[in-house]
Design a binder for this molecule. Structure first.
Ligand SMILES: NC(=O)c1ccc[n+]([C@@H]2O[C@H](COP(=O)([O-])OP(=O)(O)OC[C@H]3O[C@@H](n4cnc5c(N)ncnc54)[C@H](OP(=O)(O)O)[C@@H]3O)[C@@H](O)[C@H]2O)c1
Length: 302
């Protein structure tokens, strides 16, 4: 497992990756640098919307603990949550404590409220709920009251209360405003949706992120699970074997990883079997431009 120290110690001089290098594609875990620091992150993160919205006394907690254990066994690092996700932050906090706060954890949550003071209160509450004294990344959820929260996040970063700041959306209607923010504000991370069916981010968000040196977190990599209904019961194509993809899930994740401006993906699952599957895409070969085009052709023909 990559430790926090190893991640921090990674060469700050690494350029923003244009194409995954041979060494990167051969190494055990696929990593990408955070452009603002050079710190390397494993490309596979995990989300927690719906999947972790579970009461602490629910029998589901044992299963979710196994999900997170497998995430770290697969050398994942970034876990994404939000106060918007019901009890997810609290469930994650309990699971992380049970697993003795895995060393590689890169903890990310969001502020999702109106008003600067309410924002501070909410972030403090998230810290208590997720049992993380200082988040690695704090994001403004769905652009909500971003003009008020951004100065707070800058101040928190300066004071060492967070290490990185960012902003998120999953709505197309927010893209224009998000583009403006990305062009005018200093951000470490931006989070939006991108998958083999919803490719809109390719047009402007991913190129702007590359140009401005902003790390990207890709949410809804499975289009909320809808991609699986397209491929259900269909055999994997020979190209999947070439890329060492053992499932359609890995095929979909690898397609996203093949975009050079992608930093981290955050698929969400409540099932150990699916987490194991997803972490299978954290390693091995990354598809090149021609292979991605072929994968897309295959998907469109499903
Ligand atoms: N505005 C924002 O900031 C924003 C918006 C949307 C999402 N997000 C973040 O992004 C994360 C991911 O997005 P999402 O949860 O909406 O959608 P998603 O990751 O695209 O899809 C999740 C669905 O895929 C299924 N799944 C996962 N792995 C699978 C596998 N290997 N095989 C078959 N099915 C699999 C899950 O079901 P099972 O539980 O049965 O595995 C779940 O129903 C969220 O959890 C959240 O953290 C952020």
């Amino acid at each position: 497992m990559i430790t926090r120290r190893e991640l921090l110690g990674a060469a700050a001089s690494l350029p923003f990756v244009a194409t995954p290098s041979w060494a990167e594609t051969q190494s055990a875990v696929i990593t990408r640098p955070i452009p603002s620091s050079g710190e390397l992150l494993p490309v596979m993160g995990m989300g927690s919307s719906r999947t972790f919205d579970v009461a602490l006394d629910s029998p589901m907690m044992a299963q979710l603990t196994e999900v997170v254990r497998l995430f770290f066994a697969g050398r994942g690092a970034l876990i994404d949550s939000s106060p918007m996700y019901g009890q997810a932050e609290s469930a994650l906090g309990a699971v992380l404590e049970k697993l003795s706060m895995p060393a590689g954890l890169f903890a990310a949550t969001k502020v999702w409220t109106y008003g600067a003071e309410a924002g501070v209160g909410q972030m403090q509450e998230s810290s208590r709920r997720m049992r993380v004294p200082a988040f690695d990344l704090m994001q403004i959820h769905n652009l909500r009251d971003w003009k008020l929260h951004l100065p707070t996040l800058r101040q928190w970063k300066e004071e060492g209360k967070i290490r990185y700041l960012g902003i998120t959306t999953s709505h197309q209607r927010n893209h224009r405003e998000l583009e403006d923010i990305m062009r005018t504000e200093a951000l470490d991370f931006v989070q939006f949706s991108y998958n083999i069916e919803n490719r809109l981010a390719e047009e402007r968000l991913l190129p702007i992120a590359a140009e401005r040196g902003i790390a990207t977190i890709i949410n809804r990599p499975f289009q909320r699970g809808a991609l699986f209904s397209r491929s259900k019961g269909k055999p994997l194509p020979p190209l999947a074997q070439e890329l060492a993809c053992e499932s359609w899930g890995q095929f979909y994740l690898k397609w996203i990883i093949g975009h050079p401006a992608v930093t981290v993906l955050i698929p969400a699952t409540s099932k150990p079997k699916h987490m194991k599957d997803n972490m299978g895409a954290n390693v091995g070969q990354v598809p090149d431009v021609a292979q991605r085009a072929e994968m897309l052709k295959i998907f469109k023909a499903l």
